[in-house]
Design a protein around this ligand. Structure first.
Ligand code: F0G
Length: 455
């Protein structure tokens, strides 16, 4: 058969609460026109993020029940550590409560004022931690990665000539680490090829610069390599993951994505001295290095979840279900980042709403329209998220995207059909949508709590 079904049965369910358009108008206004400030119970389909929102398996819950909550040296930590070591091959495993905590520890330890940290595209928390330490976060994704409609199998790749040029320009001593985000979330959930991982690694090693992977969606990236890169079609996702990590010196990880857990993360690395320094900071900010901000049961969930994320049947369904939504929107004439990414569909709001100036936030406008029309909560990845510069000025982001992030193992095909209808409805009303202005906002990561007003 051709139908790829959800590779699980549902044994525990949560009710969805329905609202009317009138109710949603009031709720959105009360939330300062910021979907982050809505109550989750007022959302019908919640696509704000795929982070920590997945459904866990019976096997994960079973592990959680039998966790070891000892402060130091718990059995759960050793299960967690050996799963991470088995999959990544890295020697030292430092648990953290989520991905940004691993970023905080890494960048606080290695970055200083004046440094430059290149990546394909830094995620917003990664960028914020780099900048918080006085360093510059430099995005060097290939040109295709900034063109929503250009088809390329690995739009998350880094431009290696630009990387070489950067090293020449700023000097290797001012680059404490080179990063690659797998998959490239801010650039559309686009994968990085093994060839690119290898090329970046070679450059990093030839200049003695550590190379770290932001591994949040490493399993999804491995599936794209399997299905799109020559020579990998017969390899298992875990073998591909092994190879990816073998080219790097370490990784930061949010286990809320391909760890299939509701919370958790880690920093894993090979260098003994750096690991020691990072562990010291972990004690200060996270907790003892055998729990690092997680309960024993969280570590159990991650230890099992990492393997479930690499399951072939799961990955096939996961990537196909995202593409299924993408195909429906493309068929309706809507511009999305193509090919469809791994964890999300990204609508090109600049293309859909040319009447709205980038600094009047077209992607924000579309995001709010989706909520008003169908109670769908999406997230803007555009000038509200990225437009504010460290000096306080504003600059349009390179793309104005609306991300529909799909939680893992949560929504069924009919949820996705409903969702496509809502987006198509918004598309049909596109000429009536208006821009927004920001009324109040904090100085960093402003999109999380800014208040806006329709123009
Ligand atoms: N790196 C990437 C590529 C991410 O997507 C995220 C989180 C992080 C790091 C930080 O991890 O949330 O555990 O601290 N992304 C979520 C998202 C929030 O919605 O894309 P965290």
């Amino acid at each position: 058969t051709d139908t790829i079904i959800e590779p699980f049965r549902i044994r525990s369910v949560e009710p969805i609460r329905f609202t009317t358009m009138e109710q949603r108008k009031a709720l959105l206004s009360e939330a300062g026109y910021n979907p982050f400030l809505l109550k989750a119970k007022d959302v019908v389909i919640d696509l704000l993020t795929d982070s920590g929102t997945g459904a866990m398996s019976a096997k994960q819950w079973a592990g959680m029940i039998s966790s070891d909550e000892s402060y130091a040296g718990s059995e759960s930590f050793y299960r967690f550590e050996s799963a991470v070591q088995d999959i990544t091959g890295f020697k030292h495993v430092i648990p953290t409560h989520q991905g940004r905590a691993a970023e905080n520890i890494l960048f606080t330890t290695i970055a200083k004022k004046g440094d430059v940290i290149p990546s394909n595209t830094h995620f917003d928390t990664t960028r914020a931690h780099v900048e918080h330490n006085g360093a510059e976060a430099l995005d060097l994704v290939i040109d295709e990665g900034r063109q929503p409609l250009t088809i390329h199998p690995f739009k998350g790749n880094m431009n290696v000539e630009k990387l070489e040029g950067t090293i020449k320009r700023v000097g290797q001593d001012n680059i404490p680490v080179i990063m690659l985000t797998l998959t490239n979330n801010s650039g559309g959930g686009q994968p990085v090829s093994m060839e690119n991982v290898k090329a970046v690694s070679k450059i990093a090693r030839s200049h003695d610069i550590p190379f770290f992977i932001d591994a949040c969606r490493f399993a999804e990236n491995s599936w794209f390599i399997k299905t799109r890169e020559e020579g990998y079609e017969d390899k298992k996702p875990i073998e591909i993951a092994h190879e990816i990590f073998s080219y790097a010196d370490g990784c930061t990880m949010s286990a809320k994505k391909d760890g299939m857990a509701n919370i958790g993360g880690f920093l894993a690395l090979n260098n003994d001295k750096l690991a020691q320094d990072c562990r010291s900071l972990t004690i200060l900010t996270e907790g003892f290095p055998t729990y690092g901000g997680m309960a024993g049961y969280d570590m159990e969930a991650v230890a099992t979840g990492l393997y479930e994320a690499l399951d072939e049947g799961y990955l096939k369904y996961r990537i196909r279900s995202t593409a299924y939504l993408g195909d429906k929107l493309i068929d309706a004439g809507i511009s999305i980042v193509q090919p469809t990414g791994g964890h999300a569909v990204y609508i090109d709001a600049k293309e859909m709403l040319p009447q709205i100036d980038p600094l009047e936030y077209p992607a924000w406008s579309l995001t709010n329209a989706l909520y008003l029309i169908g109670g769908v909560r999406a997230v803007e990845i555009g000038s509200v998220m990225f437009g504010l510069q460290p000096d306080g000025s504003e600059k349009p982001a390179s793309m104005e995207l609306v991300r529909l992030a799909i939680p893992r193992r949560v929504y069924t095909q009919s949820h996705i059909d409903y969702l496509a209808e809502v987006v198509i409805h918004a598309y049909n009303q596109r000429n009536e949508l208006k821009g927004y202005k920001i009324i109040s906002s904090p100085a960093v990561l402003r999109h999380f709590s800014a208040k806006l007003q329709p123009l």
